[in-house]
Design a protein around this ligand. Structure first.
Ligand code: GLN
Length: 454
């Protein structure tokens, strides 16, 4: 049924880069048989999923939205892919994304535009706009995204779906093509908090093949979602981040946020205002740390090992082939970030840029730690505005970067956060998201509060 739905409507939305018809059907049949014989491998066996095209799969191309990887098929499955398969979850296909997960609107994909199902003239968010659009248009009941600076939460917010950025190190990055390794984290996306929790349980867990994987128990997110569904939040202390509201935020978004605060109070929670003074510097720090890591990670696309190779006709040196390939294979945003990162890491500038940004990162982590001494979770709008029009910000990188203002601090601190639908804005009728944030390894709190609120 989902494959039929994709065939019917994805031509208008552009959520998928690749649809795995036969493989998905075979996996669904295998899951059906396992269920019939009383051996369902997981609670989600047979429930299909859309996978962001940044996780490797042996039976489908992995492009990361980039021409440099066009047609490339990985020799191994990512750990997340392998866990989905082991849980009997059929993979419907690979979803569109900003090139190497750099962007906020999915317009940086080298292949196609993805449209927001709520209004097809608007962006579906980014970089995981394909996964969010697939969910919101009922082409898939579950999806996987990655969140380096907001790419799960922000698309969830603008499509009225649920998206979770788990604690850094709790979902394996093995086979997740790197954008910025100290920030990247795979995570679950769904249409309800409980669906998302069930998927979270499947993909999380220690992986010795990822050197930053945490060897700790994953909190009981499914139990927390079920407990939260009772709607009782008495005893829960919630902090409203002073720095994540006010000037520059759309009136309808702030109105929805005030209504959310009132609803959480009505459910029994206590709401207090919390000061996180260094959050104002998160954007600046992020856009030095991320490009620095990008410039290093993307050096592997050297025309020798993967995908595209341009100029290999006997008349060019290896260096020239590499330069020609990178010139042709990378899009403008990727090139911009490689240049910024290379500059920030160069000798003489390292301390002034990269070193300084790392200090800000520590201060932001301390702001979170101080806040969590007083409250269980923090909240804010997920995005400062509702989804903008396709094309509106493509020529203005800074205004594009500002769309992730509320989500970036969590990635810098390595903590956990969720975006849960918060109705529509009264000024334009478009979706608004509520961001809930929790300390590292307390992801269960997101699900308790999120399930009570939704
Ligand atoms: N939009 C942010 C960026 O462009 C976040 C991307 C992400 O989370 N992958 O870097």
């Amino acid at each position: 049924a989902h494959l039929d739905r994709i065939e019917q409507i994805d031509g208008q939305l552009g959520a998928f880069l690749h649809v795995g018809g036969d493989e998905a059907l075979a996996a669904a049949e295998a899951a059906d048989q396992a269920i019939a014989s009383g051996e369902a491998p997981s609670a989600l066996a047979g429930v299909p999923i859309a996978l962001k095209d940044v996780f490797t799969t042996v039976d489908a191309p992995t492009t990361c939205g980039s021409k440099i990887l066009e047609g490339w098929v990985s020799p191994y499955d990512a750990t997340v892919t392998a866990k989905l398969r082991a849980a009997g979850i059929p993979i419907l296909g690979k979803t569109n994304m900003d090139e190497f997960a750099m962007g906020s609107s999915t317009e940086n994909s080298a292949y196609q535009v993805t449209r927001n199902p709520w209004d097809t003239t608007r962006i579906p968010g980014g970089s995981g706009g394909g996964s969010a659009a697939a969910l919101a248009s009922y082409q898939a009941p579950l999806a996987i995204g990655t969140d380096t600076g907001g790419s799960i939460r922000q698309p969830a917010s603008v499509t009225a779906t649920v998206g979770v950025k788990p604690t850094y190190g709790t979902v394996s990055r093995y086979g997740l093509v790197a954008c910025a390794s100290s920030l990247d984290q795979g995570g679950p996306c769904g249409r309800t908090v409980l669906d998302t929790a069930l998927l979270h349980e499947v993909i999380a867990g220690h992986d010795p093949r990822d050197s930053t994987s945490i060897d700790a128990a994953i909190p009981d997110v499914v139990g927390a979602a079920r407990a939260g569904a009772s709607g009782d939040l008495s005893g829960v202390r919630i902090g409203v981040v002073k720095q994540l509201q006010g000037e520059g935020y759309q009136a309808g978004v702030l109105e929805s946020f005030q209504a959310a605060c009132k609803q959480l109070t009505d459910l029994g929670a206590t709401i207090v205002e919390v000061d996180c003074p260094h959050f104002s510097y998160a954007l600046g720090a992020y856009y030095l740390i991320l490009p620095s890591e990008v410039s290093s990670n993307l050096a592997r696309f050297d025309a020798m090992r993967y995908g595209l190779r341009v100029g290999d006709d006997g008349s060019h040196s290896a260096d020239e082939v590499m330069a020609l390939t990178r010139e042709a294979g990378f899009g403008p945003e990727v090139k911009r970030r490689i240049m910024i990162g290379t500059y920030a890491l160069s000798s003489g500038y390292y301390d002034a840029f990269y070193g300084q940004a790392q200090k800000v990162r520590t201060l932001i982590a301390r702001d979170f730690a101080a806040a969590y001494e007083d409250v269980d979770v923090l909240i804010s709008p997920t995005t400062p505005t509702t989804p903008f029009k396709l094309g509106e910000k493509v020529d203005d990188p800074l205004s594009m970067y500002l769309f992730d203002l509320c989500t970036l601090p969590v990635n810098l601190a390595g903590t956990a956060a969720m975006s849960v639908p918060s109705g529509v804005s009264s000024d334009d009728g478009l979706p608004v998201g509520l961001q809930i944030m929790a300390p590292a390894l307390a992801d269960d709190r997101l699900y308790r509060v999120g399930a009570a609120y939704e």
